[in-house]
Write a protein that binds this ligand. Sequence first.
Ligand code: NDP
Ligand code: X2W
Length: 348
Amino acid sequence: MSVLKVGIVGGTGYTGAELLRLIAGHPNAEVAMITSRAEAGVGVDELFPSLRGYTDLKFTVPDVSELAACDVVFFATPHNVAMKMVPELLAANTRIIDLSADFRIRDAKLWSEWYHEEHLCPELLAEAVYGLPEKKADQIKDARLIACPGCYPTSIQLGFLPLIEEKLIDTSRLIASAASGVSGAGRQAKVDNLFTEISDSFKAYGVSGHRHLPEIEQELSEAAGSDVALTFTPHLLPQVRGIHATLFSEIRDPAVGLDELQFLFEKRYADSPFVDVMPLGSTPQTRTVRGGNMCRIALHRPQNRNTVVVLSAIDNLVKGASGQAIQNMNLMFGLEESAGLNGISLLP
Ligand SMILES: NC(=O)C1=CN([C@@H]2O[C@H](COP(=O)(O)OP(=O)(O)OC[C@H]3O[C@@H](n4cnc5c(N)ncnc54)[C@H](OP(=O)(O)O)[C@@H]3O)[C@@H](O)[C@H]2O)C=CC1
Ligand SMILES: CC(=O)N[C@@H](CCC(=O)OP(=O)(O)O)C(=O)O
């Protein structure tokens, strides 16, 4: 098989850099073009010395006609960027994997409510496939345009999906309390993300409404076949990488035991290379997924009462962003789903 030519728009951010790191070890893909307006002309390995010896590319200013020569273009840009270039790239038969939120919400009005702009190509929202491979592998294979799920949404959906699909829980009162490392906020300078502001501290944010809520509810409602209601509270962890989600739901039939739930999760994810259902009693840690594409999940039912607690941990930059984007690329181009993604998470 020939090697896929990959373009990356937004190559100097954390997810763009993570795409570079992962594609450098991919057997069937190479980065042919990488953009940055601020660093145009600078060598990639000058900005990221970790990549010395792996690339001789220089950053360029994004140019749609040049990007169209690629087999696939990843957008690792803030929202409202991809939608300006995607229609022209699709017209040139280039496939798109967008890591931003531009195509994740199928309702253009709802998208505008949360992202505070008019959508520029609402006609593509129905075509875009929400790229959670554990839910939509078949659609991903045929997709031209992938909306890669956000980092919180990935950890939360993978934890709730088996319970919802089997209609085992009350979906009118789901609760997700989740925490993210600071790289989730991107690489641009913000006072709130200074070392002195975030270290040795822990706080909630976006409590009254976070923009990830609508995509999570959209996808879980689709799985349930009816509207689900989620209370989602994100927190900021004083570390670089990692998302830890604690998910609460009420079981409909108290006679369904924890062993049965464990069996259900193991069966549901038996063919998913990047979901690890840990043994009962486990507590996944963000450090055990750091740098890898794995989502580790563990089930609990405290005091054997009716609340099921699911713990879910991912690396926000890998399974929560760039690793998941590559998993999508693999499926779209008929490659091994795990190609380039078999690296073990860092120890410790
Ligand atoms: N960080 C994370 O954990 C996750 C992030 N995401 C999403 O992925 C996307 C990228 O995130 P992240 O890597 O953190 O972002 P960063 O802020 O770290 O990087 C953004 C990149 O986009 C480029 N860029 C910014 N504005 C434009 C523009 N108008 N046109 C072209 N390029 C532009 C920047 O380069 P330059 O300005 O030089 O062109 C930079 O390379 C975002 O949509 C984010 O929400 C999704 C999941 C997890
Ligand atoms: C810690 C932090 O600030 N995280 C970001 C979410 C991460 C992200 O990039 O959002 P997408 O997945 O939608 O792209 C936030 O809460 O807005």
